[in-house]
Design a protein around this ligand. Structure first.
Ligand SMILES: *Cc1c(COP(=O)(O)O)cnc(C)c1O
Length: 346
């Protein structure tokens, strides 16, 4: 299979915007930069940022054990996902497959880009209905989105199901691993060599504790990365975010340590919530949140809100009737949550 056949014709034909720093980017500081119409007076940020984020990618390459050529960074993984749509999906012609209940952005981006969104619901227990997915693939199916661990259910999707789709489908498969650091399974990054049509997305927003700087990661074959590079806004990761993200990677152990705390808090919280009468079921989680089935989600949501505790009401999602999603907080925050929940325990 060749990736080239999947790229939209106009994207294949177009040439990328060539920024001043595309044509010339040197690490050495003894150049006289008079090429980009910047203000010459130093403010630490008067220069345009590196469009390819070389320093940050070198650091990410080390912690993720993957060559820099296989990495693309976006303004959040949301931008990465949008770039994937724009590079590969022909409006009013191509289709995607997603598996609700799942992350809402796949569908939003499909609508935004005028792409037909085919939904193949997860089965009970929130696992992929592999046969139904395969039956829904048409000659226009370009992308299949797999979110694992899945949001809002929190569970990992079974590897053998994912692999069986990978083996059969010759469009692109996007595995959204926003929550992979909280899971027992390791990333699909190690499978990239075997599947040139596999795209993996991760983010600085969850385990890495930097939702505010908007940095998302994309790992894929060099061909896919080069197409996405060609169409991305030239300076999509600003200088402040590149600097902060580099600090995050340099302090990786700190965040891994926080992840361990969050995972143990998740188990403690789950145990405590089992004692609450109005909470009927707590779905097993490999993420930093718990999906809980309650007696009346709308009522409990309002009760918590009136006590200034904000959770996510997922009751309208497929298989999530009367479900609330609780993000795992710090030990102190979780105690507050439990205290509030016990106050309304009736
Ligand atoms: C939170 C989340 C993201 C993160 O998106 P960013 O744009 O990187 O903040 C991606 N996918 C899923 C499933 C998420 O829940």
């Amino acid at each position: 299979m060749t990736i080239d056949n999947l790229i939209r014709k106009n994207i294949k034909k177009m040439s990328a915007y060539s920024s001043a720093r595309d044509e010339f980017n040197a690490d050495e500081s003894n150049y006289l930069f008079l090429d980009a119409n910047e203000n010459p007076f130093d403010s630490d940020y008067n220069r345009y940022p590196d469009p390819y984020q070389h320093q940050l990618k070198d650091a990410i390459s080390k912690i993720k054990q993957i060559p820099k050529e296989n990495i693309l960074l976006g303004n959040g993984s949301d931008e990465v996902l949008d770039l994937i749509f724009r590079a590969f999906c022909e409006p009013r012609e191509d289709e995607i497959i997603s598996m609700p209940p799942t992350y809402g952005m796949y569908d939003v981006l499909a609508n935004l880009n005028d792409i037909k969104s085919v939904k193949v619901p997860l089965k009970k227990g929130f696992q992929i209905d592999t046969e139904a997915v395969k039956a829904s693939i048409t000659s226009n199916t370009k992308l299949i989105f797999i979110c694992s661990p899945n949001n809002p259910s929190g569970n990992l999707l079974q590897i053998n199901n994912i692999k069986s789709i990978l083996d059969e489908f010759d469009g692109l498969i996007v595995i959204d691993e926003a929550y992979i650091d909280f899971a027992t399974n390791s990333s699909f990054i190690s499978e990239l060599n075997d599947f040139p049509n596999l795209i993996i997305t991760q983010t600085f927003s969850k385990a890495l504790a930097h939702a505010g700087i908007r940095v998302g990661m994309c790992f894929a074959s060099e061909r896919i990365i080069s197409v996405l590079n060609k169409i991305k806004p030239p300076y999509n990761i600003n200088q402040l975010s590149q600097k902060k993200a580099l600090e995050v990677v340099q302090n990786y152990e700190t965040y891994l340590f926080q992840v361990e705390i969050i995972k143990s808090e998740r188990e403690l919280l789950s145990k405590e919530l089992k004692n609450i009468k109005w909470i009927h079921h707590i779905h097993p989680s490999e993420s930093n949140f718990l999906l809980c089935e309650v007696d009346n989600a709308n009522y409990r949501y309002e009760q918590l809100l009136s006590r200034k505790v904000v959770v996510r009401n997922r009751t309208n999602q497929h298989l999530c009737e009367n479900c609330l999603r609780f993000t795992v907080g710090t030990p102190e925050q979780n105690q507050k949550l439990l205290h509030t929940i016990k106050q309304i325990d009736s």
